[in-house]
Design a protein around this ligand. Structure first.
Ligand code: MN
Length: 133
């Protein structure tokens, strides 16, 4: 399991992503602005950054740039955005992101999709059903 930075300014989306990633066993560092996300990542390096692109202070692209300045390409980053325009994916990938997930968050596949960007030893486990022992 990994330590994941999640930057998202929509509280409902943030809570959903935190819930799904914690259910998979990850440790999540949440942030609701670009600056608090950058600060959290600089004080303790995450294994992966999950970044909304539209944030109140500066964009997810800028967060990505600052993390790359600090850590190089070895810190992977995934964009999560409602933007569904043609060409967005190319722009995101050309901006140093390792991948792109669209909102709305797909509850069933989100944690698995995130795992694809983590090394094998840091991947999550399937959610444990509430009714299991
Ligand atoms: Mn946003």
């Amino acid at each position: 399991m990994g330590r994941l930075l999640v930057v998202e300014d929509n509280m409902q989306n943030l809570e959903l992503m935190v819930y799904l990633l914690e259910a998979a066993g990850h440790t999540v560092v949440p942030a609701m602005t670009g600056q608090t996300g950058v600060d959290a990542a600089l004080s303790d390096r995450p294994d992966l950054a999950v970044l909304d692109l539209q944030l109140p202070d500066f964009s997810g692209f800028e967060v990505r740039r600052q993390l790359r300045d600090a850590y190089g390409p070895g810190l992977p980053a995934v964009a999560v955005t409602a933007n569904a325009m043609v060409g967005d994916r190319d722009h995101v990938l050309a901006s140093g992101f390792d991948g792109y997930l669209s909102k709305p968050i797909d509850v069933k596949s989100f944690a698995t999709a995130i795992d694809a960007f983590l090394p094998e030893e840091l991947r999550g486990h399937p959610p444990v059903p509430r009714w299991s022992a």
